[in-house]
Ligand binder design. Structure first.
Ligand code: CA
Length: 484
């Protein structure tokens, strides 16, 4: 192990449901809006990972994977329902034993006392946007202010009072931009007069896919709530903050596609305003590190627990193995190590994060963690035998948003998905996408003669991955009845 003075600090900034479509550095239709000038600083000074994916696109399981370096079936948090076994091995416990100060501030969405952190101060469950309650070892405390600001204040306050020169791992976990996408008051006017570009498949009819895409409950049209989500009429929101929107809505007589378009605009604006709050937090932390001279020996990483639909396929929410929710942002700045403005296109997954943190710290990596350290990639040297495929498995059905259980395999071009039933045992449906010819995944080519060889190869690869990752043939994750 290198001497204590050589070991880098790690600042890990993690948001909830942040889609790459709303990060300027990733390009796309929203880039001209310049939604993330500070997050983009990480890409400009460091490395952007273009093929970072999750193993199960839903909040709590993704967070359990972050801490354990394991897929859902091994850490046991397969759905948002039920508990997380905090007694199990987690990377921060190992980091702490190896001389790091470990800190978690903000949203973790795993009930119970955190372990392996010198200091933890987290939101209970989903937490609140305004005047949030926090839970720490000292018990509950209610803070005043907007949640992204309070989390940032707590993180900087800890940095102000950290112990001596011991290296640290600081995890800053935002609630934003999670549903119901409530911005800070000071950002309410942002984008007020802007028309947000629509995705080409906002009015997807799902004709090129199997039952699952038809039967989900996450459409802007049919499932987004006027009250709670769009803050119009009766609902859990501040009537003063959203008075202008309510007046605007009442002055119109919208229905059909025009109503969907209106909902899309307001949804995106609220979401992007939440992103501005997160982006300001990133800016404050980067500025603090620079002002204190800590930036030279501190790795700053930004990611999210998974991606999100910004109206693509007519949807909000996540869960599917389709790109918008399967992909997640990953930006890494490590002065002197990452090449400024570099882009990595290797297949990486959230099972890799825990091992990466341990490797950065020179701490031992347990053999039962399932990922790979990203440190060589961050340094610009991908090993020759780097993985060529990824495994995915979503379990929460029946459940919120009614997305069928599915598992799948993807490489850099193709994606094979197997949807399977628990209500209809044995019933399964397959989809295959060629992302080169169909990047927005509108037409499954599964069963087409031309793709027979590829299907066969990927089915074999899926079986190999399940064996490699010790995936049980049958599992009974905790679920609850559907609630949109
Ligand atoms: Ca999430």
């Amino acid at each position: 192990m290198a001497g204590a003075g050589d070991r880098p600090n790690i600042v890990w900034i993690f948001s909830d449901d942040h889609s790459i479509q709303t990060i300027g550095a990733y390009g796309g239709r929203l880039e001209p809006l310049d939604p993330t000038p500070n997050i983009d600083r990480l890409a400009k000074d460091g490395m952007r990972f273009d093929r970072a994916y999750v193993g199960n696109s839903i909040c709590a399981p993704a967070r359990a994977t972050l801490l354990t370096g394991k897929h859902s079936h091994l850490h046991g948090k397969m759905t948002n329902v039920g508990g997380f076994n905090h007694d199990q091995q987690q990377f921060q416990k190992i980091l702490q034993k190896n001389g790091y100060q470990t800190v978690m501030v903000g949203k973790i969405h795993l009930n119970g006392s955190m372990q392996g952190f010198d200091y933890w101060d987290v939101l209970p469950g989903q937490g609140l946007y305004d005047d949030p309650v926090f839970i720490s070892e000292k018990g509950e405390s209610k803070e005043s202010g907007y949640v992204s600001d309070v989390i940032t204040d707590k993180a900087i306050d800890w940095l102000e009072h950290k112990r001596g020169d011991e290296p640290f791992m600081l995890m800053v976990h935002h609630k934003a931009p999670h549903r119901n996408w409530t911005p800070a008051d000071r950002h309410m006017e942002k984008y007020a007069d802007v028309h947000i570009p629509e995705p080409a498949n906002l009015f997807d009819d799902y004709s090129g896919r199997t039952t699952a895409a038809h039967e989900q409950a996450m459409e802007v049209d049919r499932h987004m709530r006027m009250g709670g989500d769009l803050k119009v009429g009766e609902g859990r929101h501040d009537p003063v903050q959203f008075a202008a929107r309510n007046a605007d809505f009442e002055s119109r007589d919208l229905s059909g596609k025009e109503l969907v378009r209106w909902k899309y605009q307001e949804y995106l604006k609220d979401y992007l305003r939440c992103i501005t709050g997160v982006d300001e937090s990133v800016g404050r932390i980067l500025d603090y590190l620079e002002a204190e001279g800590l930036d030279g020996n501190t790795i700053v990483m930004y990611s999210s627990d998974q991606g999100f639909y910004m109206g693509e396929h007519g949807w909000f929410d996540k869960r599917f193995m389709y790109e918008e929710s399967y992909r997640t942002p990953l930006l890494v700045k490590w002065p002197g190590k990452t090449k400024a403005g570099s882009v990595n296109k290797d297949l990486v997954q959230n099972i890799d994060f825990a091992e990466t943190f341990l490797d950065l710290a020179g701490a031992p990596i347990p053999e039962d963690m399932q990922g790979e350290s990203l440190v060589p990639l961050i340094k610009g040297k991908t090993p020759d035998d780097w993985r060529k495929t990824l495994y995915y498995h979503y379990y929460e059905y029946p459940g919120a948003h009614s997305v069928r259980r599915h598992e799948g395999v993807s490489d850099k071009r193709y994606k094979l998905i197997r949807f399977y039933g628990i209500d209809v045992p044995g019933e399964e449906e397959w989809e295959l996408f060629d992302l080169k010819t169909d990047p927005t995944e509108m037409n499954s080519v599964y069963g087409e003669e031309k793709y027979e060889k590829i299907s066969k190869r990927l089915r074999k690869e899926l079986a190999r991955l399940k064996d490699y990752y010790d995936v049980p043939e049958h599992s009974e994750p905790e679920v609850r009845q559907p609630r949109v």
